[in-house]
Design a protein around this ligand. Structure first.
Ligand code: C5P
Length: 309
């Protein structure tokens, strides 16, 4: 029996997201503090003797993805691009365990593509240099390079410039998606004439000992896509209010182009209680108590373990 390889695809959260300009090709320049969480998808794979690549999609959020052709799935596209580098002679049978909502601002598809790059590089023993991997990642989507990086960082450019940062603490967090997908291009289009935020909003040298200190610094920033997103999907306001109302909430904000929002809480108990209370009142929402992944908790926590031991 052949070995099963495994990669986690942690959800990315934009702790703040500023739109700082627009390129001639229509892509927006961003500045965003990005972290990753213990909630995510999981990609596994087995080697094949021939060069065929197959993908099946399982898990609680597989939904329509499991019924559609997987040809255009970002995992398949990443796999084909790696194979086309010419160094991979084998194929793979891949299984994506889809636990994150689709088109939800926490990088589900991008995280899956990045996980596919990591997984197949290991399985096929590819030794592609960082520049090639970054080029492949960016061609798959603006959020794929940051997901390939996989650690807390400031992301700029359209997503391809990454500034490494000191680790954040394992801050308790609750993720909530109202159960409706939003289209990223539509949100960017809807902000049309809102102007741009200045660059350099985040001091990349600062370190934080607590969620409270982080939330305090984040209160100076925001998510410039919130207004257009709530215009298109007003339920996002309800989600933000639900998070903010719970005891111990230090900050409630939307991630990416939405519709998923996150709340930062003072303690793991408060995050757990908030998640349960909001779930009881909002059965249609996807809700995940989790924490900001750190070097240490990444080693310990398998995807799905909400909080570190
Ligand atoms: O690169 P990705 O496929 O994730 O982007 C989807 C769409 O979101 C783009 O076609 C573009 O309309 C918009 N976008 C943008 N600026 C970014 C990222 C995405 O305008 N930095």
């Amino acid at each position: 029996m052949s070995a099963t390889y495994r990669q986690q695809a942690p959800a990315k959260v934009n702790l703040f997201l500023h739109v700082t300009g627009k390129r001639d090709d229509g892509y927006h320049l961003l500045e965003s503090l990005v972290c990753f969480t213990a909630t995510g998808d999981v990609l596994t794979g087995e080697l094949r003797d021939d060069d065929k690549i197959t993908l099946s999609i399982t898990g609680p959020m597989a939904g329509n993805l499991a019924l559609e052709s997987t040809d255009d799935n970002l995992v398949m596209r990443a796999a084909r691009m790696l194979q086309e580098t010419g160094t991979a002679k084998q194929g793979a049978d891949l299984v994506l365990d889809k636990r994150l909502p689709v088109a939800s601002g926490i990088g589900g598809g991008s995280a899956d593509a990045a996980a596919a790059i990591r997984l197949l590089s290991e399985m096929w023993k590819l030794e592609l240099d960082d520049a090639t991997l970054s080029r492949i990642a960016l061609s798959l989507g603006a959020d794929v390079p940051v997901c390939l990086h996989g650690k807390t960082c400031v992301m700029s450019g359209i997503g391809e410039e990454i500034t490494e940062l000191p680790d954040l603490p394992p801050v308790p967090m609750v993720l909530i998606n109202p159960g409706k997908a939003v289209s990223t291009p539509e949100i960017f289009k809807a902000r049309a004439d809102e102007g741009f935020s200045p660059t350099g909003a985040w001091d990349t040298n600062q370190t934080f000992q607590s969620g409270a200190a982080l939330a305090d610094a984040l209160s100076e920033c925001g998510n410039d896509l919130t207004l257009p997103a709530t215009g298109i999907l007003p339920e996002i306001c309800d989600v933000l209010n639900a998070l903010a109302r719970e005891e111990g909430c230090l900050l409630a904000r939307m991630s990416g182009s939405g519709a998923t929002c996150f709340g930062i809480y003072d303690t793991f108990d408060q995050a757990e209680r908030a998640a349960h209370a909001i779930a009881a009142q909002n059965p249609d929402c996807w809700i995940s108590p989790t924490h900001i992944l750190t070097e240490k908790t990444r080693e310990q926590a398998d995807i799905g373990a909400a909080f570190p031991d």
